[in-house]
Design a protein around this ligand. Sequence first.
Ligand SMILES: NC(=O)c1ccc[n+]([C@@H]2O[C@H](COP(=O)([O-])OP(=O)(O)OC[C@H]3O[C@@H](n4cnc5c(N)ncnc54)[C@H](OP(=O)(O)O)[C@@H]3O)[C@@H](O)[C@H]2O)c1
Length: 157
Amino acid sequence: MISIIVAIGKNNLIGKGNDLPWHYPEDLKYFKEKTLNKTVLMGENTFYSIVNRLGKPLPNRRSIVATLTPDFKYPHVEVINDLIPFLKEEHREEIFIIGGKQIYKLALPYADRLYITHVNKDYDGDVFFPEIDFDNYSLISKKEVGELTFCIYQRVK
Ligand SMILES: NC(=O)c1ccc[n+]([C@@H]2O[C@H](COP(=O)([O-])OP(=O)(O)OC[C@H]3O[C@@H](n4cnc5c(N)ncnc54)[C@H](OP(=O)(O)O)[C@@H]3O)[C@@H](O)[C@H]2O)c1
């Protein structure tokens, strides 16, 4: 199963330059809870922003990096050079797509489940998530915590 996990602000905002536009420790905690001991797949830019922040890939997760750079190598990290065939394969385990913009756009048509943290506040930024057709999804879980609404959507068509 392919799942996308993302925090989305107003007008589909997801980033400011190479960073998030906001800082919500409760969202980072939620992200950790959902992805711990699972497989996370990310683009090269998102991978390096994690490594710059933590000094290493996300701990206690299987990390896969999507990159068009043919000689990309990093210890304990798997690499995919051609994302679309991977997304089309049947995956028995849940694969969490964790960003960024390019990889979300490629993965959205294949995503069975969307873990969206809606950020209900205005922020500046310049990186946006693609338009989601919510007719294709059913809301299966919703929890409001302050300025955030944690929602899970399951594909129905
Ligand atoms: N709000 C959130 O929850 C959230 C989460 C994560 C990231 N973000 C934001 O997203 C932004 C970063 O997004 P981004 O688009 O710059 O970076 P990205 O999606 O992390 O990485 C893009 C990389 O993916 C690779 N790629 C593209 N097409 C591919 C394909 N078909 N197969 C394999 N690899 C492929 C390319 O690698 P090459 O460079 O090698 O060509 C490209 O550099 C930042 O603003 C960040 O803050 C937001």
